[in-house]
Write a protein that binds this ligand. Sequence first.
Ligand code: ZN
Length: 167
Amino acid sequence: MALLPILRFPDARLKKVAVPIASIDGSIRKLAADMAETMYEAPGIGLAATQVDVHKQLVVIDISEEKNDLLVLINPRIAASDGGQTGEEGCLSVPGIYEKVERAEHVTVDYLDLDGKKCSLKADGLLAVCIQHELDHLNGKVFVDHLSQLKQTRIKGKLAKQARVTA
Ligand code: ZN
C-alpha cells in the first residue's frame, strides 16, 4: 500500500468528471486500498479518487470511531433522496476550512462493491452527507462550490496564505 498525494482546492484537476469503472481488476483493488490508507492517515472520513488525481468513479468512506468500517463505492449513483439537513463540512482538499452546506437528509445509493456485486445502501445523517460530498467530487464539484462567491473568494485567499506559510 502507498500514501497518495491529495489535490488541493482550487486545483483545476478537482473539476474533472470521473468515468465509470468497466472492470474491477487488481489495479482498482490497489487504488481502493491506497485511498483507504491515505484517508485514514490524513485523517478523514471520506476520499474520492478525483482527490488523488485518478478520474474514475471510486470512493472510500469510513465514518466509524474505530476506523474499522470501510465502505468502498464503485460507480455510485444516488437513486433516491429526500429531506434536508445543514451541517458543517470540511474536506481533505480544502484543509482547515469548515462551512455549513445544505444536503438531503436521506439518500439511497446504488453502487458496486470490490467484488463487482450490485449493492444498495440507505443512509442518513453524517453518512448521507459524506456520500453526497464524495459523489460531488466525482462530478468535479468541491463543497466550496455550494457556497456564495464571496465566501469562495475568501477561502481561496486563506488557502493561498496557508500555502505561502507552509511552503
Ligand atoms: Zn472532499
